[in-house]
Every structure is written in C-alpha cells, then in structure tokens.
Write a protein that binds this ligand. Sequence first.
Ligand code: ZN
Length: 145
Amino acid sequence: MNIDPTCPICADDIETIDHLFWDCSVIKRVWSLAHQHGCVHPLPPQDGQASGHQLFTVYHHCKNPKDILKVAFLLWRIWKAQNAFVFKGDVVTLVRILIATKKGFAEWQIRTYMSEGFTSKGVFSSHPTSNFIVRWNAPSWICQT
Ligand SMILES: [Zn+2]
C-alpha cells in the first residue's frame, strides 16, 4: 500500500504528530487565534525547536490547572477537524475549531461542577451526588458473570 505522507491540510510538509498538532501552517493559525482570544495562554518562547510533547509538558506545568485542559480540548478539536477534512472533505475552519473548543470546555466545566456536588434542588452538597451521572447499563443480551 502506498500512502502519501504529505500533510493533507497544508500540503507543505510530512504529516507527523508534531506537524499535525503544532507545526502545520494552518494549525499554527488556530493556535494564534486561540492565544488572541484567550482560549489558551501563549507559552513563553521555548529554547530551540520544541516538540509538541515538550510544549504539552510545559502547559502541564502551568500554574493554572485549567490551562492543560484547555490545551487538551483544543488538540482534540484540531484532531476532529483534520479527520473531518480527510474523511468527509469538510473545510478546516479556524473559528469553528475555536468555538468547538470553548463550547466543549464550558460543557466539561458545567458537568464537572454538577457531578461534584450540585444537587437537583439547587443546593450545593459537600458530598458528591450521582444525580447528574449517567451510568451505562449493559443490555440484557450481554452475558453478565
Ligand atoms: Zn500541514
């Protein structure tokens, strides 16, 4: 099987993990937009050429623990947009990636807050409640031992 290793988004370089999430010229514009609009904080200049893994590690050690979550949501949305481009032909839209990132992060915050103690009666409980946790139950046709 012969697979073209060229990045399908920019067609300027080999598609590596670092290129896919950090170095691609299109994705760099996503990061720039995310920094401009406060979706994720820009990192201080790194010594030399930092790999994506190194950049992720730097974010991981940021003072605000939410920063790494925002970066994770942005990486996830970049991944989804690239897959939609490759498999469905959807155009990679920078604003759409950023809005989906912010929406996903906001939803995660609300669900986390609710699962950590906000009861259905509007009373915050110091004991986590299961009111907002959706549990998966195996269908009856699955053999349970
Ligand atoms: Zn590229």
